[in-house]
Design a protein around this ligand. Structure first.
Ligand code: GLY
Length: 313
């Protein structure tokens, strides 16, 4: 991103502690200090003051609290703003963004608790206006595809842009070369065009001639998880899904035992509803969730509330 001027958090990498401490003297605060390696998900410190930043650098580079991961650190700009997931199809020449979506990463209501793989989604994301979409196409999506080509690594497939809409414009938080979960559970139900035809065009380099149309409707997906996820949880409980809601359910963390469906993972299933308004989609997905039963079921009660607060209708 740095090499190709694609907007992301400003960052510098250090393997010399004194240079890191010198950089912190003028770095904008808060700042993010990351150990560049595996640290059991704990190697990121958001320093609210310059003193905290100095302490974080020393703890990583001098005291080695994260082991050798702390020999090499990243000091990164702290970004704020709503997050948006934009999945896209690309054949390496054309980028066709899918309808935008909003993930809910934290385990608990009101965005509390531990980070998860995603506890629910809505699409479209009301924060992602047509004006912002246009900026993203110009400053992020096309430059990314062009950068991959320039590196001799043409990318064809589904490219996931994880974006933050900061007061200074959209920034890339992450790329994934795959569909998102649970974004896909709200994006693909809104796709009106034929997915196989699009995938063939993506592979064949003819995406520019292919129709990719999304319904002008709203989708909400609520994840039903095992109580205790994302840390410790029990499995093996029978799952009861009434026939009238089955076609709205995407099963993930489940297995067949003695001919019956039982829980076998943290995020067990996703329940999607598509309606003409965001509010109706949220209500309809919770209506279906209430009809599905398994012991130790857990779900957030506020999927979509942030989108409604942001003006989604
Ligand atoms: N929901 C986030 C992801 O799929 O990475």
């Amino acid at each position: 991103m740095k090499k190709y001027g694609i907007p992301t958090a400003a960052y510098e990498v250090f393997d010399d502690m004194q240079k890191a401490l010198d950089y912190i003297k003028d770095a904008p605060i808060p700042t993010v200090i990351k150990a560049d390696g595996l640290a059991l998900g704990k190697g990121v410190i958001i320093a609210q003051t310059r003193e905290e930043a100095v302490e974080a650098v020393r703890s990583m580079m001098e005291d080695k609290v994260f082991g050798e991961s702390g020999s090499h650190i990243v000091i990164e700009e702290f970004l704020t703003g709503p997050e948006v997931s934009v999945l896209s199809f690309t054949d390496g020449k054309t980028v066709v963004p899918m309808v935008s979506s909003m993930d809910h990463k934290r385990a608990g209501d009101n965005d509390t608790g531990l980070n998860t793989g995603g506890m629910g989604t809505v699409a479209p994301n009301p924060c992602y206006t047509p004006e912002i979409a246009e900026v993203c196409m110009r400053e992020i999506f096309l430059p990314t595809i062009n950068a991959m080509n320039a590196e001799g690594r043409t990318f064809k497939g589904c490219l996931y842009f994880g974006l933050m809409l900061t007061p200074n414009g959209p920034r890339v938080i992450e790329y994934n070369c795959r569909f998102g979960d649970p974004e896909t559970q709200v994006v693909l139900p809104l796709l009106e065009s034929d997915l196989l035809t699009i995938m063939q065009a993506t592979a064949n380099g003819t995406l520019g001639e292919c129709e990719v149309k999304f319904a002008d409707r709203h989708a909400c997906c609520v994840i039903m998880a095992s109580k205790g996820y994302p840390t410790k949880y029990d499995k093996g409980f029978a799952i009861d899904i009434p026939a009238n809601v089955a076609e709205s359910v995407y099963v993930a963390g489940a297995a067949i035992k003695d001919g019956s469906l039982v829980t076998s993972g943290g995020r067990v299933l996703g329940v999607t509803a598509v309606e003409n308004t965001l509010e109706a989609a949220i209500d309809a997905s919770y209506e279906k969730v209430k009809q599905i039963h398994f012991e130790n079921a857990y779900y957030r009660n506020d999927i979509g509330a942030r989108a409604l607060a942001a003006g989604g209708k």
